[in-house]
Ligand binder design. Structure first.
Ligand code: SF4
Ligand code: SF4
Length: 344
């Protein structure tokens, strides 16, 4: 039986932003996790010897017992990570987060320019509040990770976000793969970069070396299955729980594996037939991938696959994934050969 190491809990579906690219459907953005259930889940994570817990949302700080949950998880010896837009960060929360030695807070900054960031969140003033939150966290010595999801609205903004992150000593990474809404509606995909735009971002990254992902763009995998971790890693050491208390494989993948309102986490982790079948998935389910030269550049993800077709089938690979992976492979190879000619 694999050991459960990480659990992500969606404290609430509610959010104080309304991002154009959000994968959470509007109908799911309306409830908080029951507080007694939340306590039970944290205790069960501790009992099972989990190492890390992530509190997400919606916006987790909207949950009335957000701080209590952080303190409880910390007391159980869990490393706490938080995904938040920081709009509700105040001195009281900062003091508790500092006391609890929070492992990391991850936030999204789309641009340092308010008109661009706020056009994505659809909340006036959110850019300034998120930037102030980042500054406060670094002032308190709380590690921050800045994610910069790239949409059609902010496609030229990520270099300034990376510079901003550097100034505050924060880690950061641009992300040009917007996930489809988990109800299969696909409406948010109008904000995803098309292939040409996504390749332009990768070319810029290669040319400017601002966020060159050496590990990902290097052929350093020991075997082919390592190159497509999404296939091997499902329910291997981590699980997610939504605000209703349902256990799901990944935050964006609405596939119910068990219900914590009437089952224990241990029972679901060890006995759920759905989890067992997910653990049996291997590369053989994707014969085209086994011999694919672009596998190391591939961002294929079972949950993302499921969200992109009406039958919600995780084994149907969206066409753009393969086109983008192959085009990235060619870009990186030509970049490397240009570099080696320059140094020869
Ligand atoms: S802050 Fe996160 S959860 Fe809230 S709307 Fe934006 S992407 Fe969705
Ligand atoms: S690019 Fe397509 S065929 Fe190749 S590994 Fe990825 S999903 Fe499979």
């Amino acid at each position: 039986m694999p050991k459960l190491k990480g659990v992500q809990i969606e404290l609430t579906g509610r959010c104080n932003e309304n991002c154009v690219h959000c994968y959470i459907p509007q109908d799911d953005r309306n409830h908080d996790m029951d507080s007694a259930l939340l306590e039970r889940i944290i205790d069960q994570c501790g009992k099972m010897g989990a190492e890390r817990i992530t509190f997400s949302g919606g916006e987790p700080m909207l949950h009335p017992d957000f701080l209590k949950a952080v303190v409880r998880a910390n007391c159980k010896g869990l490393k706490v990570r938080i995904l938040s837009n920081l709009l509700l960060l105040d001195d009281n929360k900062l003091a508790t987060l500092k006391e609890c030695h929070i492992h990391e807070i991850q936030t999204s900054l789309y641009s340092t320019e308010p008109t661009i960031h706020d056009a994505i969140t659809q909340i006036f003033g959110s850019c300034e509040r998120t930037k102030q939150g980042i500054a406060k966290l670094t002032q308190y010595g709380i590690p921050v990770f800045i994610s910069c999801p790239i949409t059609t609205i902010n496609k030229n903004s990520y270099p300034v976000v990376l510079d901003f992150a550097k100034r505050f000593g924060a880690s950061s990474v641009p992300d040009n793969m917007i996930l489809a809404q988990s109800d299969g509606n696909g409406k948010n995909l109008e904000y995803r970069l098309n292939i040409d735009e996504a390749l332009q971002v990768i070319q810029d990254i290669l040319d400017n070396d601002t966020a060159y992902d050496h590990e990902r763009f290097s052929p350093n995998y020991n075997n082919i299955e390592e190159a497509l971790p999404c296939v091997q890693n499902i329910c291997s050491d981590a699980i997610c729980i939504n605000a209703k208390g349902e256990v799901i494989p990944q935050p964006e993948w609405y596939k119910v594996l068990g219900d914590l309102n009437n089952q224990t986490l241990k029972d679901i982790w060890e006995n759920s037939p759905e989890i067992k079948s997910l653990r049996e998935i291997n590369l053989k389910r994707f014969p085209k991938c086994e011999s694919c030269p672009a596998i190391q550049f591939c961002g294929m993800d079972l949950g993302a696959n499921a969200n992109e077709n009406l039958s919600r089938d995780p084994f149907v690979i969206p066409e753009h994934i393969c086109i983008l992976a192959e085009s990235t492979r060619k870009l990186v190879h030509s970049h490397k050969s240009k570099l080696s000619k320059e140094t020869a």
